[in-house]
Design a binder for this molecule. Structure first.
Ligand code: PEP
Ligand code: CO
Length: 442
């Protein structure tokens, strides 16, 4: 038997990879990527793994959120602070209502590659490669823009580095200091019908902190600052392979492109390249589980042989109309393996619909319904829903319908930006956090 290495996946059938015309140029790029410093460290990865193990036991709650697809053009200070703020604010609301610690994981600094249902797209009789994310090609419908270009791997990696660098600087500089949650405000929260509810949560957190510090007679050091982790779909395996390293004084291989990569719902085939790649990395990994065929027992045999705490997070995404029949089967299948994992709900990807005019959207009530049903089903099955995975935008985009302001289909055109899936906007995201926080807190 040959030993696993970061290129082992190349011997397998691997779905969802771009076709690069110039393999020499791809190889040269991958080599260059392999020589660049990593974006995260194995210490951080192991810290996250142990926190995810806590979440599996209900001792923490995972909030994983961000763009469906990051765009190169969004690597700006405004966009990055917007994403960080919405995540921090959602987590603040969840901490407050659940009285549980929240693990914050962004879909950022590398969420640049997208799976597509078809390799090609045809418009007015012209057929070109599908857009696969800025890491691969450009959304513009022209031959040159749609041709996969290896150089984009480097451009994406650099933007990931700039993004994570800025996020770390903001957090270290006090952007997320719990003493000043008022700094986390975004201006248009004032116009939301939920504004005063949010403001009172902020005030009450500041009050609790002052109370604790008065009791302790000093500042509560460890909770001054929050921790923050990164994740993306580990889809483009040349990119992931290039960042997969062995590190001094630890066993095994770490994918250092982010803390927490996940396997998308379209790439969970047990004998495929993605499962082969993820088998060999020591990171905690997510697996999206939807209505695509999955064999949990076989997946666990390969990806979770040692039942290591924190290793596996199952991200279920069935849709509000299917969750009640599908989730109990998934929970039973996991129980049958005798192994532990963390379950979280992605209430977005099973609830995508198209309006009559062809716009991709999701309805706030369906998203909330899938989440609420997930919480109840886990409870009834003596299992735990330990987190949520959502697509959100820190700006006031109009991509999902519903929410307190009652955005309807006719308003979707106002600020629709997503290149792939519709995201909750800032207000909808905070409202969702409030509603599920209330339910979880009961
Ligand atoms: C995604 O998270 O953007 C995605 C493509 O999800 P899934 O693999 O669940 O379809
Ligand atoms: Co998506």
């Amino acid at each position: 038997m040959t030993l696993w290495n970061p290129t082992s996946w190349q011997d397998k059938n691997t779905a969802q990879q771009p076709n690069y015309a110039d393999s020499a140029s791809l190889a040269a790029t991958v080599e260059q990527l392999s020589s660049l410093p990593p974006l995260v460290s194995s210490w951080e990865i192991e810290t996250l793994k142990s926190q995810l193990a806590d979440a599996a036991n209900g001792k923490r709650f995972l909030l994983q959120a961000g763009d469906c697809a990051e765009r190169f053009a969004d690597c700006t200070p405004e966009r990055i602070t917007g994403q960080l703020k919405v995540l921090l604010q959602m987590s603040l609301v969840l901490v407050h209502s659940t009285k549980n610690r929240v693990i914050r994981v962004g879909r950022l600094a590398g969420q640049y590659a997208k799976p597509r249902s078809s390799d090609v797209e045809t418009i007015d009789g012209v057929t070109l490669p599908s857009y696969r994310g800025d890491l691969v090609n450009d959304i513009e419908f022209s031959e040159i823009a749609r041709t996969p270009n290896p150089n984009r791997l480097l451009r994406g990696f650099e933007r990931s580095a700039m993004t994570i660098n800025f996020v770390r600087a903001l957090i270290d500089g006090g952007f997320a200091d719990l003493h000043h949650p008022e700094y986390w405000d975004l201006s248009f929260v004032e116009h939301s019908p939920k504004a005063s509810e949010y403001q009172s949560i902020v005030a009450s957190i500041a009050e609790s902190l002052r109370f604790m510090e008065t009791l302790a007679g000093e500042s509560v050091g460890a909770i001054n600052r929050v921790e923050f982790f990164t994740s993306h779909e580990g889809l483009h395996l040349h990119y992931e392979q290039a960042q997969t390293r062995q590190v001094p004084r630890r066993d095994g291989w770490y994918d250092l492109s982010c803390h927490f990569p996940w396997i998308g719902a379209r790439t969970t085939t047990v004998d495929g390249g993605h499962v082969e790649f993820f088998k060999g990395i020591a990171n905690p990994i997510g697996i999206k589980i939807g209505t695509h065929e999955v064999d949990v027992e076989q997946l666990f045999d390969i990806l979770h042989p040692d039942n290591e705490p924190g290793r596996i997070t199952l991200i279920h995404r069935y849709g509000a109309d299917k969750i009640s029949t599908e989730l109990p089967k998934l929970i039973d299948a996991v129980k049958a393996t005798g192994k532990q994992c963390l379950f979280i709900s992605d209430p977005m990807h099973g609830n995508t619909e198209r309006t009559e005019s062809g716009i991709k959207t999701r309805n706030f009530d369906s998203i909330l319904s899938e989440l609420e049903q997930s919480i109840d089903i886990h409870k009834q099955s003596d299992s735990i829903l330990g987190g949520v995975h959502v697509e959100v935008c820190g700006q006031n985009v109009t991509e999902c319908t519903g929410g307190a302001r009652g955005l309807d289909e006719s308003g979707l055109g106002d600020a629709y930006e997503s290149l792939v899936d519709p995201r909750l906007n800032y207000e909808q995201a905070i409202e969702l956090a409030m509603l599920i926080g209330q339910k979880l807190g009961k």
